[in-house]
Design a protein around this ligand. Structure first.
Ligand code: NDP
Length: 247
């Protein structure tokens, strides 16, 4: 790890487990103070904060369902009030309800859209009020936002395609303020949401070029680079970390 984010403050939504927790730990290891949000599991969030603090870093956990506008807005304000400012936002909170599209209920569609798209809009808008030159907005999209090989992900893929176009479009609105907006697109990564073993995993693994699932730290490494000053001329980009799934 490095001190590339020394003095920076980062907010990672959905940072209590999986990819978001790995991102939070990595940004803290690179020197950032980190606020994480979570929806349900306070003890998992507290464990991430403790791991960061035990390693000498600074972190805070804030309960905020990404689908709840007021909760998201107050989480952003609390992060800024607690840590002093906001330099990096990682829109990681997201979910999938894998199901054939014709069997998907309107309520399930709403849930996926509300968390994966609306939550990203609300978080980003609230965060932008506090962001200044050299700010970094990072989406956690998905390789299926560009190309999907798996039945059962039609609605989810559509939300990640929306995230992709949101990142590209927003980069043009706020580039003049020196803020970059990028979309990191993971492939199959071993988490509670997408475990590396089981019937669901076999076809996903089979379409990777590397013939394996990815590790959360492999996504966090890319996010750490995009968050760092070294990525200063990258914006509006879709950066895929998918083991070659979309090759
Ligand atoms: P997990 O389900 O393993 O972890 C999700 C995290 O987000 C948890 O910290 C959870 O907290 C939090 N979270 C869930 N729902 C909400 C909500 N409504 N509001 C706030 N926080 C919430 O997911 P992953 O780590 O696998 O996925 C993270 C992101 O990466 C998602 O955007 C996903 O779409 C994307 N992604 C994942 C891939 C994979 O293969 N794993 C591939 C491509 C993209 P709590 O426990 O409290 O609910």
């Amino acid at each position: 790890m490095s001190d590339s984010l020394k003095g920076k403050v980062a907010l990672v939504t959905g940072g209590s487990r999986g990819i978001g927790a790995a991102i939070a730990r990595r940004l803290a290891a690179d020197g950032a103070s980190v606020a994480i949000t979570y929806a349900k599991d306070a003890s998992a969030a507290a464990a991430v904060v403790k791991a960061i603090e035990d390693a000498g870093g600074k972190a805070v956990a804030i309960q905020a369902d990404a689908a709840d506008t007021e909760a998201v807005r107050s989480a952003v304000e609390k992060a800024v009030a607690t840590l002093g400012k906001l330099d990096v936002v990682v829109n990681n909170a997201g979910t999938a309800i894998p199901k054939l599209f014709e069997e998907t209920t309107p309520e399930e569609m709403d849930r996926v859209i509300d968390i994966n798209v609306r939550g990203v809009f609300i978080t980003t808008q609230a965060a932008l009020k506090h962001m200044k030159n050299n700010g970094r907005i990072i989406m956690i999209g998905s390789c299926v936002g560009e190309r999907n090989l798996t039945p059962g992900l039609a609605a989810y893929s559509a939300t990640k395609g929306a995230v992709k176009m949101f990142a590209q479009s927003l980069s043009r609105e706020i580039g003049g303020r020196g803020i970059t907006v990028n979309n990191v697109q993971p492939g199959p990564i071993d988490t509670d949401l997408n475990p590396a073993v089981g019937d669901w995993a076999t076809p996903q693994k089979a379409v990777t070029a590397l013939n394996r699932y990815g590790h959360v730290d492999e996504v966090a490494a890319l996010v750490a680079f995009v968050a760092s000053p070294e990525s200063s001329y990258i914006t509006g980009a879709n950066l895929t970390v998918d083991g070659g799934t979309n090759a």
